[in-house]
Write a protein that binds this ligand. Structure first.
Ligand SMILES: [Fe+2]
Length: 383
């Protein structure tokens, strides 16, 4: 597939994710971490306009200079921007205006891509595709939060199909010997800068579960009083539980003594065999401590990942999000993509059921703060 077709494909998928939405669904920002869908639609468009069309397409006319203020996410290099908490206050530009902006940029990109771009532009384009795929996942997670916090629990789409889980019946832990393992991205193709440089780490012998922890297993933690026993929790986690009165994963509702959870199909009885999802790092850690086990480090996860199936939920690891040896930020605005977030976050490995197909890989490093759980996040145990 040539690069112009890749562009069309990635842009089309973003719009397909939004097809089931009503106009009102595009505008809501219930919490700071959740951006209104229309902001995502505009922001990913702004990315191509700012980093491809404006610098590289001779004679390109910027669509609307105000949009740089509205749709810049966090790039200090690119100027001032609307603060994140205010994204939900943007009743203008309207959804229709943002789709018109999208079409304007897509038309310009089609003209620009008539000619084969140079290697440096190709690299930026591929970063733009991967960026848009990250926002495709955020669209799913944000739409789920928006609809899942509506008291009527409307379905996103009854056509949504949740991928099946590869369940290993024996469940015996996979043992890896002590030794030196190679970590990080090597070889051809795209990776994010945070996957570089490849390097060696020494690991002690360890064991890792072939399965993710299920809802049924997590329910045992709840029923045994796990949320009421400080011994399983970090001090920060225990404060978080008490302050927020947390009693269960996000989207779980106990209705007439029956656990239900909100899904893209609406509210459904809890499926005990499904992996537990939408939990914070604090909860993942507490569950592992209650079991007398632990979370894997990101290095253990990567060393073992060819031996289990992954991709249903992002998996919390015990590793802080830090630069690899020799990590370097790119010059200019693109250098702000990952490096400046390498503080106070934990690494998640794998992918989730709403990660865009082919987007992740064994060396991929996702990262979030320890209290967040609106992403599709789960638990794999180690010892
Ligand atoms: Fe972004």
């Amino acid at each position: 597939m040539d690069i112009a077709d890749c562009y069309i494909k990635v842009r089309k998928r973003t719009e397909e994710i939004c097809w089931p939405l009503q106009t009102e669904d595009y505008v809501v920002q219930p919490v700071v971490d959740v951006s209104p869908p229309k902001w995502h639609i505009g922001h990913v468009t702004w990315f191509f306009e700012t980093f491809i069309l404006k610098p590289y397409f001779m004679g390109y006319q910027e669509y609307n200079p105000d949009y740089n203020y509205v749709f810049n996410s966090y790039y200090e290099t690119v100027g001032n921007r609307v603060i994140r908490t205010d994204r939900g206050n943007l009743s203008r530009p309207t959804v229709a205006e943002i789709y018109a902006y999208r079409k304007y940029v897509d038309d310009a990109m089609a003209k620009f891509l008539c000619e084969e771009p140079g290697e440096d532009v190709k690299e930026l384009l591929i970063l733009g595709f991967n960026h848009e795929e990250q926002h495709q996942e955020l669209l799913y997670t944000d739409i789920k939060f928006i609809l899942g916090h509506n008291p009527l629990f409307p379905a996103y789409s009854h056509d949504y199909v949740s991928p099946k889980v590869d369940w290993v019946e024996s469940g015996e832990f996979i043992k890896l010997p002590e030794g030196i393992y190679e970590i990080g991205f090597k070889g051809e193709g795209f990776c994010f800068d945070n996957e570089l440089n490849p390097h060696k780490v020494y690991l002690n012998e360890f064991e890792i579960s072939p399965n993710l922890v299920t809802n049924g297993e997590y329910l045992e933690f709840i029923n045994s009083g796990g949320y009421h026993d400080f011994r399983h929790w970090h001090a920060e986690g225990w404060d978080w539980v008490k302050t927020n009165k947390v009693e269960a994963p996000l989207y779980w509702h106990n209705i007439d003594e029956q656990w239900h959870h909100y899904t893209f199909h609406g509210l459904e009885p809890l499926s005990l065999k499904e992996p537990v999802c939408h939990i914070s790092y604090f909860e993942a850690y507490a569950y592992a401590a209650w079991k007398g086990l632990r979370l894997p480090t990101e290095f253990e996860w990567e060393a073992a990942a060819t031996q289990f199936s992954w991709g249903k939920s992002w998996e919390w690891t015990e590793s802080s999000y830090l630069p690899y040896p020799g990590f370097a930020k790119a010059p200019g605005a693109i250098g702000e993509y990952n490096g400046k977030f390498m503080v106070n976050q934990k690494v998640l490995r794998g992918a989730s059921e709403v990660t865009s197909p082919g987007h992740s890989r064994i060396t991929y490093r996702n990262f979030f703060q320890t209290n967040l759980r609106w992403q599709f996040t789960g638990i794999r145990l180690a010892k």
